[in-house]
Ligand binder design. Structure first.
Ligand code: 3PG
Length: 210
């Protein structure tokens, strides 16, 4: 198991953030760190992603930082230069997979069916994002895939505090990703206490080791 996989397995949940304003980046990262969740995936769905990753990396050198919704090699380069530990995409793009593999960059492609998992395995990928998890058959489909293939999964899409433990109970699940811990409306209104509560409740319910 790679170092990043073991770290994510310990952390269990990857809060996903699309940054609308750089002003909120450090407050959000601080909340995660202060509440024993030193991990974040910043999506490239907004133009602030690379700057946000660089800011978090500088302020919290030990935080586990992913870059999400990475769709081009330029975004891969920006994410790595900014200090991302791993790169995630919603789909399986062989061109991006090979680009990352050639550069020894941890890339977690999105898959939701046997054929895509086999293509990932063919290239030596050992961890895939099961996405969109709930719409693709949820935990039952995941169990079926888990029985068939020796890969690790990062389920994302429709996961929340109510169903995360069902996913974490599947042996090949490393960690679950999701946006429910960092709601955009609460961030925009700077409701840090409410976001802290969300993080604390999830950390308590999944039993994160300190
Ligand atoms: C992602 O960014 O990977 C997904 O859109 C997250 O899905 P969620 O909003 O259902 O957690």
């Amino acid at each position: 198991m790679s170092e990043i996989t073991s770290r994510l397995k310990q952390i269990k949940v990857i809060p996903i953030l699309s940054v609308d304003s750089l002003d909120t980046v450090i407050p959000v990262a601080t909340l995660l760190n202060d509440n024993r969740l030193p991990c974040i995936e910043v999506t490239f769905r907004t133009s602030f992603a690379a700057d946000a990753i660089a800011m978090i990396r500088e302020q919290f050198p030990n935080m586990c930082i992913g870059a999400g919704t990475v769709l081009t090699t330029e975004q891969v380069d920006q994410a790595v230069a900014a200090g991302a530990d791993f790169i995630v995409a919603p789909g399986f793009n062989p061109f991006i997979v090979d680009y990352c593999l050639q550069r020894n960059i941890t890339f977690i492609p999105g898959v939701n069916n046997p054929s895509l998992i086999e293509q990932a395995m063919q290239r030596g990928i050992t961890m895939v994002k099961y996405f969109p998890a709930e719409l693709s058959g949820g935990v039952e489909m995941l169990k079926l895939l888990d029985n068939l293939y020796p890969v690790n999964f990062m389920p994302t899409g429709g996961i929340n505090r109510d169903n995360i433990n069902e996913y974490l109970d599947v042996s090949s699940v490393v960690a679950c990703g999701g946006t429910w811990l960092l709601p955009q409306d609460l961030i925009a209104r700077q409701r840090w206490d409410e976001i802290s509560q969300l993080i604390r409740k999830t950390v308590a319910s999944i039993g994160v080791e300190s």
